[in-house]
Design a protein around this ligand. Structure first.
Ligand code: GUN
Length: 283
């Protein structure tokens, strides 16, 4: 049996090309989709993420507004900027890059974003919508995982789905999405007693635990789909996921590589959320 390598880079490229067409359509109707990206401070990783987001906007023909604020920016000033962006009709998505400096209350900032522009899907209103199955913005990495699974025609309905990790940005929302797709979902975490045994029952295994090479072949059922959300930097500078790719890929039916799997899908889904927000404007 040959294993399918799930190509997130190629898939995200296809999605961005589809979105570029939608941007043309929106512009013809007089709407220029616009994402406001707010970065506070000069964290190097955040600067790279923000640069990628701006490039993706350019690629699909969407406008992006960059707000690069000083590390010492006050919480009050940031709240004022968010209020201004909330009230601008020509801004469809607002993204405040995390983490924020310690003197700023992250929760307060996320709560201040108008849920109709919450393209990150981090606002409790968006999270609530997801948990009760209402339409709304879904955070980008979990949405990207489901999109990849679907585009590779892998069935979720009726399957045993095991998620390793219970973070608010990946583990919990991806579990809700798998449930929405009628999967039977088990969430494992640091206090779970028999992760290996539970994981070995998975038809679809999503790993988002943030530990390099945590999942070895004895976690994997033959033919399973493995989605690796990990992004760990090894001492030798190489990137690796939470899954031991070489040995797990021999057993899996389909598997995402790191890099080039889930990662590129996150930005594609951010673009998709922005287009959705701009399209909502027309309704
Ligand atoms: N920092 C790392 N990933 C993300 C993301 O997806 N959104 C935001 N706002 N900040 C991040």
């Amino acid at each position: 049996m040959s294993t399918i390598i799930i190509d997130g880079k190629k898939t995200s490229g296809q999605i961005k090309d589809e979105l570029a067409n939608e941007v043309v359509g929106l512009k013809e109707k007089g709407v220029e989709p616009t994402l406001a990206v707010v970065l506070v401070g000069s964290d190097p990783a955040s600067q790279v993420y923000v640069k990628h987001k701006k490039k993706a906007c350019e690629y699909i023909g969407m406008r992006s507004l960059a707000y690069e604020l000083d590390e010492k920016t006050t919480e009050e000033a940031l709240l004022e900027l968010i209020d201004e962006l909330n009230n601008r009709d020509d801004v469809h998505g607002i993204l405040v890059q995390l983490p924020l400096p310690n003197h700023i209350d992250e929760e307060k900032i996320l709560l201040a974003i108008d849920p109709s522009k919450d393209v990150d899907g981090f606002h409790p209103y968006s999270v609530g919508n997801l948990s009760i199955g209402r339409d709304g913005f879904v955070s980008c990495t979990p949405a990207g995982i489901i999109e990849l699974i679907k585009r590779y025609n892998i069935q979720i309905e009726g399957k045993n789905c095991v998620v390793i990790g219970r973070s608010n940005i990946v583990g919990k929302p991806v579990s809700m999405l798998l449930l929405k797709e009628n999967g039977t979902v088990t969430i494992c975490h640091s206090r779970t007693k028999n992760i290996k045994e539970i994981s070995k029952r998975a038809d679809i295994l999503v790993v988002a635990i943030g530990k390099a090479n945590f999942v070895t072949k004895d976690f994997v059922k033959e033919g399973a789909t493995i989605i690796d959300v990990g992004m760990n930097r090894l001492e030798n500078g190489k990137l690796c996921g939470d899954v031991k790719f070489d040995e797990c890929s021999q057993l899996a039916g389909a598997i995402t590589p790191v890099p080039g799997g889930v990662g590129p899908m996150t930005i594609a889904m951010l673009m998709k959320n922005c287009i959705k927000s701009a399209t909502n404007m027309l309704k």
